[in-house]
Design a protein around this ligand. Structure first.
Ligand code: SAH
Ligand code: SF4
Ligand code: F3S
Length: 441
C-alpha cells in the first residue's frame, strides 16, 4: 500500500489567502492527502503568497530558495507557489526563471484547480505555470477545512473595484463579485451546526455587497438575514470602506443582538489632500462625521483602523493631520503601515515619493500615539463587566483563559471552569496597551 502523501502549506497575507489555503485542504484531505506542519518531512510544499506590501514579497524568494537542496535530495518533492503575488505581471516568469525547480505556479483565479495540476505533475509533467488574467464567476461548493473550530471566516464577496492608488489588491483579486445570500446563509447555518459560535463576514469592501445580484439585496439586508440564524452567538464583518458605510448598516448593527459592536474602518490618512490622492472618495470631515454617527448610534462600539505613513507627497502638515485625527478619534486599535511602492499602481508613478528615513521617523511617532491611545482606552475598561467568548487557554499563561469582548478587545482572565465556546461575564481588573485582564464572575 502507498504511504500517505503529506503536504505542507504556508500562507502569507490576509484572510482571503487563508481561505484559499483552507479550500486547498478541503480538496486534498478527502483525496487522501495528509496535512503536516513539518516542512522537512513533506512530499508537497505549497507557498500561498501575498504582495500587498514589499516585505511580504521578500519573504517568498528566501523561502523558495531554501528549498533547492531539499529538492536535490528528494527529486519527487512537489513545490507549488500560488496566490496573489503570482498574479502580478511578470512574477510567475521571475519565479520559474530564478527557481526552475518549482513544479506548480498558479494565481488566485485558478487556485481551485490545484488538485488537477498536482495530478499532472505526479504523472510526470515537468512543470506547470498557469496564471489566468481574469476572474471567473464565483464557484460555489468547494469543500473547506477550516483551522479554527469556534470562530470562522465566511467570504461574502471577492475582488475589489475601488482602485485606491497605492493598492495592488484589485489587480490580483479581480473585480468585485458578491455571493448569493442563500449560499452564504447555508454555509453559516452548516457551520453553526458544527459548533461555530462566531462568524466574520469577509470582503475588501463589505458595504458594497450585493451589486449585480437579482433579486436586489444590500449589505444591511444580508446582515438582517444572518442575524436570524439560530444558535449563532456572534457576527462580525470586515472591511468597511468609509465611503460606503450606510446609516442603514449602522442602525442594523445597533439593533441586532448577534452583530458585535465593532467596526473596522480604515482611514489611511488624516489629510483630505492625501485622501484625495489615494482615491478614497471621502475627506477628513466626512470620516469624522461618520465616526460620530457610529458612536452616537451604537453604544460601546469599538472602532479600529488602518493607517499608511509616507504616501507620495505626504508633507509634515499632512502627517500632523493624521496624528491629530488619531487624537480626535482615539481608536481602539490602529494597524500602521509604511507606504510600500507596488508596480502597476498609480502611486508607484508619483514623482514625490517620501524618503525612507522620513517615513520611518513619522512611523515611529505614529506608533507612539497609537500605543498611548490604546493603553488609555484599555485603562478606561478597568472596573467594567464585559462579555467574553472563551477561545481557550492563554498562550502566555496557561492557567488563564483568553477570549475577546464583543467590541474586539483581548481579555486574559481567571476562569471558573468554563471552556472554549462559552460566553462568560468578566470583571476587568487591569489593563495593558493591547489586552485586558480580569476575573470571571
Ligand atoms: N480592503 C481593505 C483592506 C486592504 S489591504 C481596505 O480597503 O481597507 C489592508 C491594508 O493594507 C489597507 O487598509 C492599507 O492600510 C494597507 N495597504 C494596502 N496597500 C498598501 C501599500 N501599498 N503600502 C502600505 N500599506 C498598504
Ligand atoms: Fe485596496 Fe482600496 Fe480595495 Fe481596500 S478598498 S482592497 S485598499 S483598492
Ligand atoms: Fe490579501 Fe495580500 Fe492578496 S493582503 S488579497 S493576500 S495581496
Amino acid at each position: 500500500m502507498n504511504e500517505t502523501i503529506k503536504y505542507y502549506i504556508e500562507t502569507w497575507g490576509c484572510q482571503m489567502n487563508e481561505e484559499d489555503s483552507e479550500k486547498l485542504s478541503g480538496m486534498l484531505i478527502p483525496a487522501g492527502y495528509k496535512k503536516t506542519l513539518d516542512k522537512g518531512s513533506a512530499d508537497i510544499i505549497i507557498f500561498n503568497t501575498c504582495c500587498v506590501r514589499e516585505n511580504a514579497e521578500q519573504k517568498v524568494d528566501g523561502n523558495i530558495g531554501a528549498l533547492k537542496t531539499m529538492k536535490k535530495e528528494n527529486p519527487k518533492l512537489v513545490i507549488a507557489v500560488i496566490g496573489c503575488m503570482m498574479q502580478q505581471d511578470g512574477m510567475a516568469k521571475h519565479i520559474i526563471t530564478k527557481f526552475p525547480f518549482v513544479d506548480i505556479i498558479i494565481g488566485t483565479h485558478n487556485a481551485y484547480k490545484f488538485p488537477e495540476y498536482l495530478k499532472r505533475i505526479q504523472s510526470g509533467e515537468s512543470s506547470i505555470v498557469e496564471i489566468w488574467d481574469k476572474e471567473e464567476n464565483i464557484i460555489e461548493g468547494i469543500p473547506i477545512e477550516r483551522e479554527n473550530t469556534l470562530k470562522g471566516f465566511v467570504t461574502i464577496m471577492y475582488g475589489c473595484n475601488n482602485f485606491c492608488t497605492y493598492c495592488i489588491v484589485p489587480y490580483v483579486r479581480g473585480r468585485e463579485r458578491s455571493r448569493n445570500p442563500e449560499d452564504i446563509i447555508n454555509e453559516i447555518t452548516a457551520m453553526v451546526g458544527q459548533g461555530y459560535k462566531e462568524i466574520t463576514l469577509l470582503g475588501q469592501n463589505v458595504n458594497s455587497y450585493g451589486k449585480g445580484l437579482t433579486p436586489e439585496i444590500n449589505f444591511a439586508q444580508l446582515l438582517r438575514k444572518i442575524n436570524k440564524i439560530e444558535n449563532l452567538e456572534r457576527l462580525r464583518f470586515m472591511t468597511s470602506h468609509p465611503k460606503d458605510l450606510s446609516n442603514e448598516v449602522i442602525e442594523v448593527i445597533a439593533e441586532s443582538d448577534k452583530i458585535c459592536e465593532h467596526v473596522h474602518l480604515p482611514v489611511q490618512s488624516g489629510s483630505s489632500n492625501l485622501l484625495n490622492k489615494m482615491n478614497r472618495h471621502y475627506d477628513r470631515e466626512q470620516y469624522l462625521e461618520l465616526v460620530k454617527n457610529i458612536r452616537n448610534t451604537i453604544p460601546n462600539v469599538g472602532i479600529t483602523t488602518d493607517i499608511i505613513v509616507g504616501f507620495p507627497g505626504e508633507t509634515e502638515e499632512d502627517f500632523a493631520e493624521t496624528l491629530s485625527l488619531m487624537e480626535e478619534v482615539k481608536f481602539n486599535l490602529a494597524f500602521t503601515y509604511l507606504y510600500s511602492k507596488r508596480k502597476g499602481t498609480p502611486a508607484d508613478e508619483m514623482l514625490d515619493q517620501v524618503p525612507e528615513d522620513v517615513k520611518h521617523e513619522r512611523f515611529n511617532r505614529l506608533v507612539e500615539v497609537v500605543n498611548r491611545n490604546c493603553a488609555e482606552k484599555n485603562k478606561a475598561c478597568v472596573g467594567k463587566i464585559v462579555e467574553v467568548l472563551v477561545e481557550g487557554y492563554s498562550k502566555k499563561d496557561e492557567s488563564k483563559l483568553t477570549g475577546r469582548t464583543r467590541n474586539g478587545k483581548v481579555v486574559n482572565f481567571e476562569g471558573n471552569g468554563n471552556v472554549a465556546g462559552d460566553l462568560v461575564s468578566v470583571l476587568i481588573t487591569d489593563s495593558h496597551s493591547f489586552s485586558l485582564f480580569g476575573e470571571e464572575i
